[in-house]
Design a protein around this ligand. Structure first.
Ligand code: FES
Length: 279
């Protein structure tokens, strides 16, 4: 069992857990992910690693309470135990001195993006971080981003904080040259940023979030097409070349289970409090 050491509410339905998992923390690196099973017999959820502390033996992950299992996860509190936390899975981010790096994090994925940004800064890069959110109430960890970055931009879909949308990136890319761009967030956002960096030939790395089951290369559910190759998001990724990724296919695959996911979430809401015994 994996005890929840702390529960932090980042924003509405955006939650960050830090859990006791010394074996995972010992090997965790930026860019990797975990498979979390909240309770015995429960669903396996892939979640990006947002932080780790090797001395304390803890690892952190963030989630948006949007589906059945993430909603159920949100009912857990500090001191509760999760049935299983497997990891670290996937390949770590390539961290070295590239020069000037644009790090874009969107929505709940701002949290793992900051782990990448911090690692890139520690490797000697000039780091420009972009925090993208739906609206001001969904912005979090701005101060942390400012501490670890040379510069921070904030963008919101509705313009309630920072820039309105990500169009400002076009101007930024025209005025300044970047040696690398990393993007982690909603798939549509990763596709948009990849298309923006393409004309400027900025190598762009995206962290893909296909549907996963085992997370270890066995089920094949996480297939993604990158260039002319069919790859597995879990063992070949999760990071891929954003200019080579077939985002349309990924979006279609992600949506393929939406009716079942909605039904499952609805049924859980109806039974809430009966099956898991939590409020
Ligand atoms: S999640 Fe099963 S092969 Fe990748």
């Amino acid at each position: 069992m994996y005890r929840i050491v702390s529960k932090e509410r980042l924003a509405y339905k955006h939650t960050l857990f830090t859990v006791d998992a010394p074996d995972v923390a010992a090997k965790a690196k930026a860019g990797q992910f975990l498979i979390v099973i909240p309770r015995e017999g429960g669903e396996r959820v892939p979640l990006s690693i947002c932080d780790f502390d090797r001395e304390r033996g803890t690892v952190s992950f963030a989630f948006h309470e949007v589906g059945k299992t993430t909603k159920e996860l949100g009912t857990f509190n500090e001191g509760d135990e999760l049935f299983n936390v497997t990891g670290p899975l996937g390949n770590p981010s390539e961290i070295k001195r590239f020069g000037k790096v644009l790090c874009v994090g969107g929505s709940i994925m701002i949290a793992p993006a900051l782990l990448q940004a911090r690692a890139l800064k520690e490797a000697g890069n000039e780091v420009v971080t972009v925090l993208a959110c739906r609206s001001e109430e969904f912005l979090f960890k701005r101060e942390e981003a400012e501490k670890i970055s040379d510069r921070v931009y904030v963008a919101s879909d509705d313009g309630t904080v920072g820039e309105t949308g990500l169009d400002f990136l076009k101007d930024l890319l025209e005025k300044e040259s970047f040696d690398r761009c990393t993007v982690i967030g909603p798939v549509v956002m990763m596709r948009t940023v990849s298309e923006m960096t393409r004309p400027f030939n900025v190598p762009t790395i995206v962290s893909l979030t296909p549907i996963m089951i085992d997370g270890m290369g066995m089920c094949g559910v996480c297939r993604v097409t990158v260039g002319d190759q069919m790859l597995f998001g879990c063992v070949d990724g999760p990071e891929f070349d954003g200019h080579m990724t077939n985002f349309d296919e990924l979006i279609n695959r992600q949506r393929s289970m939406l009716p079942e996911e909605r039904l499952s979430s609805l049924l859980w809401e109806q039974k809430r409090g009966c099956r898991c015994g939590r409020k």
